[in-house]
Design a protein around this ligand. Structure first.
Ligand SMILES: Nc1ncnc2c1ncn2[C@@H]1O[C@H](COP(=O)(O)OP(=O)(O)OP(=O)(O)O)[C@@H](O)[C@H]1O
Length: 799
């Protein structure tokens, strides 16, 4: 006598609805043994499916007890029932419940992997099950491409693969023609020799020749329970319950779990490319949009955007320019330049700092326009002898104010396409496609609102000695020229006592800096002043209206004052500049420590003609200029250092300070005042970016969760063949995780490529990213992934 494997004792099952209670099973008493092939029949609504579901652990019963191998099941919790369904029951359904996008072989492998087997080494076993149902040739075919009969055979092979003692089949022939249906019943019959097979059928006639027992239900009660075809039973006892020990020993092994998750996650991606593409696309959209808006937040985290730039101290509004010098203001050497250039993010070092606030205008009609007769202050009562009408009335109108001087210390020979770097004060290099321009002369105009009087300009005739490789409008000047134009700032203040005060019968200085420029045509002690030099009121009055005329041809004394002289002798403009310098943190001299003027005097002689330079400039002979240079032993003490991006300012400043330099950001010291409108704009951008990131999160959770719902059917199939909910959850995490990681990596690569290929706003944003930015980006996407899958898994659990 075969062992009783299942015993149902007084089992009742009720279905409750809001309005009624249906008793689907009424005190069922049944026993099942190995080696039986049981047909459950009865009219529709009799309770057949309910009974099958109770037996297979899919439905809880309300009364009575079910014994499995003599053990009562009343103490089973959810996990035990899950275990029971997974390890004890093989299912065959009318609708086959296959994973349609898997191949026949993969459907079987799925069942084996769920049992904890390694997919690679189980292929042979899977093929053996397919062989048992005659599907060897269809192994590589997708389940969706099989015929109905083949599908049902596959579903039986899968039930077999579960290696359970009991196989339940709910109308397995319901969708098949009679011939195919009979083949299926035949297969089940074959299997029942070593298992218990319970089959619900509406077509008892078809099953009759094969089954060993018939149970008929009516209105939830067993009305017939009769043996049909007597069998010489010799159940393979060795085979009994092989799965239990095997599966128990398998459970909990981490490597097997990994097999399982990898198998299903990768299979899903591989077998459903369109769906995988859809998931990836959504994750990619989220990754890209989140990258950009996290970047926007990072850029706007810096509140400099809300500040107004004050160009008093530094005219050039360049947020990447730092000013660097030694704390003792000693001369910067080439060694210093190399050390500074070696700091990370430093892109350019120009040893002539002040010149970087001087605009240069080099091309007529592009940068400046020569105007004639349009000067505001026409000086009529001057001696015009020797001057053409044009010279008298010539003026310069500046068109473009975006170019600032840089010295040739900022480049090397490798930056040149042809020619050489400037060696003399009056030599320059620039970019041009016109090769003929090499060695030609050009006139270059200079102006600087923060150094000289507004609207003031001077010019120099320069020789092009080199042509740059890069197509840029930047011109590089010899450092000597840069220094010459900024000596008033950097080293000395000059004023000529050429303002005659009749009361004291004495020449007075202008009480403001006068800038020296060299005029190569002047000789010995000659100087030349502008005819439109504006004489400031000395406070003594009685300035003769034709005073300017008085300079011509007269002897004078040029007073030179060393920088340390303090503020008391400098004019209003110099005072202002001093204050700006102080604000910039660069001024070491304070009023308390200021020393007495330290002057030299050089006898001068006024040249016959008038200078075309602006009024703040005095042209001197090369000899006078040399005397000044010798006296002041001029060298560069302050460098302009350019960095790759403003976001790296603090980093570079710290590094330079660690190296022993004084360093400030010209932008930080100039942009100090908050502008309300800009503050609002910043808040707006931060608010909008944050809202977009939140909306994106909600959208992604909703969209991906609803696409994931397509998977529900697959998941219910997997559940029938024994997969745990937790495993399904982990598979979803893994599958979506792969998409998410791929999307994050692809986005990062795209952004790096865009940065390299020069999309400027991406390049700018990438500087703000750094490690923190990328961590934020990854965390945002990871949290979204987690939430999406978490909510999806929760809906699965609730069903
Ligand atoms: N989920 C449910 N909620 C409420 N009542 C149900 C539910 N499922 C089944 N019933 C009721 O329980 C009784 C038994 O149903 P069951 O599906 O087990 O019958 P069946 O014999 O399998 O019928 P069929 O041959 O038509 O599939 C029927 O009266 C049915 O209406």
């Amino acid at each position: 006598m075969a062992e009783t494997i299942l015993r149902l004792q007084n089992i009742s099952k009720y279905y409750y609805s809001d309005t009624s209670v249906t008793q689907a099973l009424r005190k069922i008493n049944l026993e099942f043994s190995m080696g039986e092939f049981v047909a459950i029949t009865g009219e529709s609504g009799g309770g057949k499916s309910t009974l099958l579901n109770v037996i297979s652990g899919m439905l809880p019963f309300d009364e009575g007890e079910m014994y499995f191998r003599g053990e009562p099941t009343f103490q089973y919790d959810d996990q035990d029932w899950e275990e029971y369904r997974r390890n004890k029951i093989g299912f065959v359904f009318q609708d086959y419940s296959l994973i349609n996008h898997y191949t026949a072989l993969d459907n079987i492998l799925a069942a084996l992997v769920i049992q904890g087997k390694d997919p690679e080494s189980s292929k042979e076993e899977a093929m053996a099950y397919l062989e048992q149902v005659g599907l060897t040739e269809q192994a590589a075919q997708r389940a969706s491409q099989l015929s109905s009969g083949q599908k049902q055979r596959l579903s039986i092979a899968r039930a077999l693969a579960k290696n359970t003692d009991i196989i339940v089949a709910d109308e397995p022939t319901g969708n098949l023609d009679s011939e195919t249906g009979e083949q299926i019943v035949e297969i089940l019959e074959r299997l029942s020799h070593e298992k218990l097979v319970i089959m619900v059928t509406h077509n008892y006639d078809q099953a009759e020749p094969y089954v060993t027992r018939r149970i008929r239900l009516h209105d939830g009660e067993v009305v017939t329970d009769v043996p049909v075809n007597k069998r010489d039973e010799n159940v393979d006892q060795d085979h009994q319950n092989p799965s239990e020990g095997e599966i128990k020993s398998n459970s909990g092994e981490k490597t097997k779990k990994k097999h399982l998750e990898n198998f299903f996650a990768l299979k899903n991606i591989k077998m459903q490319k369109a769906r995988a593409g859809l998931f990836f696309t959504f994750f990619l959209i989220t990754a890209v949009v989140s990258f950009l808006f996290i970047g926007e937040l990072l850029v706007y985290r810096d509140d400099r955007i809300t500040k107004e730039y004050n160009s008093d101290a530094y005219l050039q509004k360049n947020d990447t320019r730092l000013v660097v010098r030694h704390p003792d203001n000693s001369v910067l050497t080439e060694k210093d330049q190399a050390a500074i250039a070696g700091v990370k993010y430093v892109t350019m070092t120009d040893l002539c700092d002040y010149a970087n606030d001087i605009n240069y205008y080099i091309e007529e009609d592009k940068d400046y326009e020569k105007t004639h007769g349009s000067q505001d202050k026409q000086i009529t009562n001057v001696d015009n002898d020797g001057m053409t009408e044009e010279e008298k009335n010539q003026g310069i109108r500046l068109l473009d104010k975006t170019h600032f001087m840089k010295s040739s210390t900022a480049i090397t020979k490798s930056d040149l396409a042809s020619g050489r770097l400037p060696k003399e004060r009056n030599e320059i290099v620039l970019y041009t496609t016109d090769k003929k321009k090499l060695n030609s002369q050009i006139r270059c105009y200079f102006s600087s609102e923060n150094l000289w009087k507004e609207g003031e300009s001077c010019f120099q005739d320069l020789k092009i000695v080199g042509i740059l490789k890069d197509n840029t409008r930047q011109v590089y000047f010899h450092p000597e020229l840069c220094q010459m134009l900024t000596y008033g700032m950097d080293k000395f203040v000059v004023w000529g006592e050429f303002c005659w005060d009749m009361r004291y019968e004495k020449y007075y200085g202008t009480m403001k800096p006068v800038y020296v420029v060299v005029a190569d045509d002047l000789k010995d002690n000659q100087v030349r002043v502008s005819e439109n030099y504006i004489i400031p009121s000395t406070g003594y009055g009685l300035v003769p209206s034709d005073l300017k005329m008085a300079f011509s041809g007269q002897q004078g004394v040029l007073h030179i004052e060393k920088e340390e002289s303090g503020n008391d002798t400098a004019g209003a403009q110099a005072d202002e500049i001093d204050q700006n310098m102080k604000a910039a943190g660069l001024e070491t001299d304070s009023e308390e420590t200021s020393q007495k003027a330290n002057r030299i005097s050089i006898d001068i002689e006024y040249a016959e003609d008038f200078s075309q330079q602006g009024g703040d400039f005095i042209e001197v002979s090369p000899e006078i200029y040399q005397k000044l240079r010798d006296y002041y032993n001029i060298g560069t003490t302050q460098a302009s250092v350019y960095i790759a991006n403003y976001s790296k300012t603090d980093k570079v400043l710290r590094e330079l300070q660690d190296m022993g330099y004084d360093a400030i950001s010209t932008y930080q010291v100039s942009a100090t005042k908050y502008v309300q409108e800009k503050v609002y704009k910043r808040l707006e951008v931060i608010g909008i970016s944050t809202l977009i990131l939140i909306a994106l999160a909600i959208l992604q959770i909703l969209i991906i969760r609803s696409i994931l719902k397509i998977k529900k059917k697959d998941y219910s199939v997997l559940r029938f063949i024994g997969m745990r909910r937790r495993q399904m959850g982990r598979i979803t995490y893994l599958e979506m995780g792969i998409h998410c990681i791929a999307a994050v990596i692809v986005t990062a690569i795209i952004m790096v490529i865009l940065q390299q290929t020069g999309v400027s706003f991406i390049r700018n944003m990438m500087f703000y990213y750094g490690i923190i930015g990328f961590v934020l980006f990854i965390v945002y996407n990871a949290v979204l992934l987690f939430l999406t899958v978490f909510f999806f898994n929760r809906t699965l659990r609730q069903e």
